[in-house]
Design a binder for this molecule. Structure first.
Ligand SMILES: C[S@@+](CC[C@H](N)C(=O)[O-])C[C@H]1O[C@@H](n2cnc3c(N)ncnc32)[C@H](O)[C@@H]1O
Length: 283
């Protein structure tokens, strides 16, 4: 490793105790209260950490298992962390399992600064697509939506009202790394409604009682905000009324509704159809 490895030298420390204060701080990131206090979150896996560094996210701490010693990619990530002013911890499997709360943890964990996009900076133009999620509760749904937004080349997410935390461990896991590629803004319902008044594109809301089939709407030639409702209650009246179109995805069986993340995926592939048609299939 380029960086000094001695626990008493530089920013690389060997840690074997769960009582170590840095380890305690990282473990605390399992709770939103401490993520907010520290303005930080944890991401697991070497690929995610490298992607995050490549995308310019600020790393606070890199934790790696002793088994990673001698792995050039791990050592390079450690050297980049030190160069960025971060701390590197070399730990045993017991510490890594406690930090990740997993029996078979990844070899590398990164602690990064949270990054939010201000709603005022969300200025959709051209064919941009943003997804607005009303009070999304389930971390798996939010992570899957973030991953799908990334996959279809949509621009970002607006979290409306009281939602689950995009920086929760379960959410970050479900994004499979897309948390680092997709801007996330947050707003109260009132703030979103006021932002919406200044948005000249199409707001397409999805609703079980939507008046039109989602496939009959022309989403092209303008920026689109796709508004999705809460898992239990759907879109409240104030948000539904602000939509230019309220669309429905047809269903044939006995299910009441689609899962939120599935419905978002179906919609995004329709809204982005012409843009995705230009993509060449992977060979
Ligand atoms: C699980 S559903 C909510 C179900 C809720 N019980 C209701 O009455 O709306 C979560 C969100 O996914 C979207 N959704 C799910 N199925 C849909 C469908 N068939 N058509 C349109 N939107 C749908 C809507 O945005 C909905 O608010």
């Amino acid at each position: 490793m380029n960086a000094p490895r001695d626990g008493r030298v530089g920013q690389v420390k060997e840690v074997t105790s769960l009582a170590n204060p840095v380890v305690k701080d990282i473990k605390a990131l399992a709770l939103k209260k401490f993520r907010d206090q520290q303005n930080a979150f944890m991401a697991e896996g070497l690929k995610l950490v490298i992607d995050a560094l490549d995308l310019g996210w600020t790393i606070r701490t890199l934790v790696f298992s002793k088994s990673g010693l001698g792995n050039p990619a791990v050592e390079k990530a450690a050297a980049r962390t030190v160069a960025a002013g971060g701390l590197v911890l070399e730990v045993n499997d017991k510490v890594l399992a406690a930090i990740t709360r997993r029996e078979n943890p990844q070899m590398v964990v990164g602690v990064f600064e949270q990054r939010w996009t201000a709603l005022a900076d969300v200025k959709p133009s051209g064919n941009d697509v943003w997804v607005a999620l009303d009070r999304v509760r389930d971390p798996g749904n939010l992570g899957t939506v973030i991953r799908t937004v990334d996959a279809v080349g949509a621009r970002g997410i607006i979290l409306v009202g009281d939602t689950t935390d995009p920086f929760a461990v379960e959410t970050v896991r479900a994004t499979m790394g897309s948390i680092f590629a997709v801007p996330v803004a947050r707003a109260s319902e009132q703030a979103f409604l006021s932002w919406r008044r200044g948005f000249a594109g199409l707001v397409a809301g999805t609703h079980l009682k939507g008046s039109v089939d989602y496939r009959t709407v022309d989403y092209g030639g303008k920026p689109v905000v796709l508004l999705m409702g809460n898992e239990q209650q759907g879109l409240p009246a104030l948000l539904a009324e602000t939509c230019d179109r309220l669309v429905r995805i047809p269903q044939a069986g006995r299910a009441d509704s689609l899962n939120l993340a599935v419905a978002t995926g179906v919609m995004l592939y329709e809204v982005r159809r012409s843009a995705l048609a230009l993509e060449k299939p992977a060979s």
